[in-house]
Design a protein around this ligand. Structure first.
Ligand code: PLP
Length: 381
């Protein structure tokens, strides 16, 4: 059953009406492309002599390149600490299955990217939420975290930079999370798919490099970093207490061996991607930052939309001040009907307090500007 917003979107498309979408987090839809000739060269080499000798954890050369890459970010991991997957979603699924026995729950931030709930359902575990407090610039509400944990809690999820608020967990928050995980003996699963898109000074604070967790899974992949979501490559970096790490790596290796899901040529390509594509990543991050600044500039012209400037990622969440009392869905539908601009309502992200919208600032700047002109008209500014 389609929700009313998706129905309206499809209806407009069928009627040939324009949609200015502010919801895509796919760089390839927004004019950002990895230089394909680099992959063509590597793939060309591979197909001269295509061999297939998979390793359940992923090719050693790929894991070795990851260990080197992460050592520059302050992680102390060997190639054996890495498992390749066909994407971060698959990594989450394996971890939910591995760590969560029947009736288990995982603590996840609210608001949160809806994918986690679907993955938890599939893995037959469920999520319990801890709050990110809007009034405190989306800081973690540790009281709600304490309250959410119970004897069935099997792990804690951190998304940093966060989708959809753009907030980044601070060093102090990471320290408190490590104390919480130590005290309750809980693993941390840290989704860092947006860690390159960090708009503050220095490196994005990474729990796996900064603090001592009993177990910490750092999840990432090439979908966002190299704008290559179609190549389907992700990984988990597993750190923490040696005995726990060895045990889970062994189990994860068995899971991975069952599917051998990772496409072989992209594993071959990963060392080159990590070593020789820094120039691409730097320009791309600059471009995303430029688009973020543009979105922030436009949003500031609409006082009825209140937001916290994102510290990282592709998304931001704004509060609609003068429509309080209106259903969130009604507002998003009205905006779409009257202006053709599509944003997500906050409730898509399990955020049910007040009236919110979520937008991707990755959006092509031309569309971004047109969309904001129409949003201003909508609010009669
Ligand atoms: C926070 C977050 N985690 C994970 C994913 C999925 O990543 P992948 O393409 O590696 O499966 C996304 C996709 O947008 C995301 O926003």
């Amino acid at each position: 059953m389609l929700n009313a917003i998706e129905q309206k979107r499809r209806q407009r498309l069928a009627e040939g009406k324009e949609i200015l979408s502010l919801v895509s987090g796919n760089p390839c839809e927004q004019g950002i492309y990895f230089p394909m000739e680099r992959l063509q060269r590597i793939y060309g080499e591979y197909f001269k002599k295509p061999d297939y000798q998979p390793h359940p954890k992923g090719l050693f050369i790929a894991r070795e390149a990851l260990a080197e890459f992460y050592s520059k970010l302050g992680f102390n991991l060997s190639p054996e600490n890495f498992i390749l997957t066909s994407g971060t979603s698959e990594s989450f699924f394996h971890l939910f299955r591995l760590l969560g026995k029947a009736g288990a729950n995982f603590l996840a931030p609210r608001p949160a990217y809806p994918l986690f709930e679907h993955l938890a359902d599939l893995a037959r575990v469920h999520l319990k939420f801890y709050d990110l407090q809007e009034a405190r610039a989306w800081a973690i509400d540790f009281e709600s975290l304490e309250k959410a944990a119970d004897q069935n809690t099997a792990g804690l999820l951190l998304i940093s930079p966060h989708n959809p608020t753009g907030v980044v967990a601070s060093r102090e928050e990471i320290k408190t999370l490590s104390e919480f995980c130590r005290q309750k003996n809980l693993p941390l699963i840290c989704d860092e798919v947006f860690s390159d898109f960090y708009f503050q000074e220095g490196l994005c604070p990474r729990p796996g490099a900064l603090e001592d967790f009993p177990l910490v899974f750092t999840l990432n992949g090439i979908s966002k970093r190299f704008a290559l979501p179609m190549m389907k490559l992700g990984w988990m970096a597993v750190g923490g207490d040696a005995a726990c790490v060895d045990f889970v790596l062994d189990q994860l290796e068995t899971y991975a061996d069952t599917f051998l899901s990772v496409h072989m040529p992209i594993q071959r390509a990963l060392p080159d991607l990590l070593k020789y594509s820094e120039d691409f990543v730097e320009n791309y991050v600059e471009e995303v930052k430029r688009r973020k600044n543009l979105a922030v500039k436009f949003l500031k012209t609409i006082p009825k939309l209140q937001f916290k400037e994102p510290e990282g990622g592709f998304y931001l969440t704004f509060k609609v001040l003068d429509k309080v009392g209106l259903e969130e869905e009604t507002w998003v539908l009205k905006l779409l009907e009257q202006t053709g601009v599509l944003v997500h309502p906050g409730y898509f992200f399990d955020y049910e307090k007040g009236v919110h919208g979520v937008m991707s600032f990755l959006t092509d700047p031309v569309i971004l500007e047109q969309a904001f002109e129409r949003i201003k008209n909508f609010f009669k500014i």
